[in-house]
Ligand binder design. Structure first.
Ligand SMILES: [Zn+2]
Length: 288
């Protein structure tokens, strides 16, 4: 890998994102969600159900980064619980917010992270937090700029109280089931605050993205597979994207059987990811 000298603005962005490593950035997760819905254009944001799905695809990082103990919610176990909770409590869905779609996408996020963070994956981690974040930011910039049509970042604030009420209830129910007092007593204010802080992070990222001129160079320099140029970097990203989408679809398919347990759905994804990497589908065939 050649040495990268990130621009000052990009470095600032890296600092904004200097919380624990989040694998794919929020824009990349949300664009994956549109592709999963077969709506890779502005139609992705037309209906409340699709918008809720898109929001859910980036949501796990809000809790991981900003809710006390929230790393435990950035897990397949909670994602499966939340989906069953939404399905069992149809009253949590409102005109503006589809709790089931949101919860489906919440799990797809974790499947996508499993691909990104695979030891042979596109975002192996451990490269150094600042570089990891710069890479995520460069990809987010690329994804927002190349989105066919207008990309509309989905924020918690757009969904009013519904998403706060639902998330608080689901986390409390999960806490009760697992004997986790922190979650069982989580307050609506703490949940709302985590969402607000994540929304604000996305706003900063959007501002930094708008002026992130060297993102193409960064995508080449920070790519773990050492591409020769931007086209190769794009191809590497696209390969990782396809695997992420396949893993995401695997989780959804697995959970569509109502008798599937959280751990079985997780194992199905892990097996699927291992097979795809084993067959060389997610990474370039020959490392330079
Ligand atoms: Zn994540």
């Amino acid at each position: 890998m050649s040495a990268v000298k990130p621009g000052t603005l990009a470095l600032a962005l890296g600092c904004i994102l200097s919380a624990p490593v989040a694998a794919w950035g929020p824009v990349t997760h949300q664009v994956f969600a549109c592709r999963a819905l077969d709506a890779y254009d502005s139609s992705c944001f037309a209906a409340a159900s699709a918008r809720s799905f898109v929001l859910g695809s980036s949501a796990p990082d809000a809790f991981k980064l900003y809710l006390e103990g929230g790393r435990e919610l950035h897990r397949f176990d909670y994602a499966a619980f939340q989906l069953r909770y939404a399905q069992g409590n149809p009253g949590t869905t409102t005109e503006n917010f589809d709790a089931v779609g949101y919860s489906r996408a919440f799990g797809t996020h974790l499947a996508e992270d499993a691909v990104g963070h695979h030891p042979d994956g596109y975002l192996p981690g451990g490269v150094g937090a600042t570089k990891d974040h710069l890479h995520e930011a460069a990809l987010d910039t690329n994804q927002a700029r190349t989105f066919p049509g207008l990309y509309e970042s989905q924020r918690f604030a757009h969904f009013g109280d519904s998403v706060i009420v639902f998330s608080t209830a689901a986390i409390r129910a999960y806490g009760k089931e697992k004997g986790n007092a922190l979650f069982a007593k989580v307050t609506r204010e703490a949940v709302a605050k985590a969402m607000h802080r994540f929304d604000r992070l996305e706003t900063w990222e959007q501002i930094a993205s708008a002026i992130n001129i060297p993102y193409r160079r960064e995508m080449v320099a920070l790519d773990p597979y050492g591409p020769a140029d931007f086209n190769q970097a794009r191809a590497n990203f696209e390969r990782a994207s396809k695997c992420s989408l396949a893993a995401a679809a695997r989780w959804q398919a697995s959970m569509s059987d109502l008798t599937t347990s959280a751990s079985d759905a997780r194992k199905a994804v892990e097996e699927n990811v291992a097979i795809m990497f084993g067959q060389g589908e997610c990474q370039p065939t020959s490392h330079p």
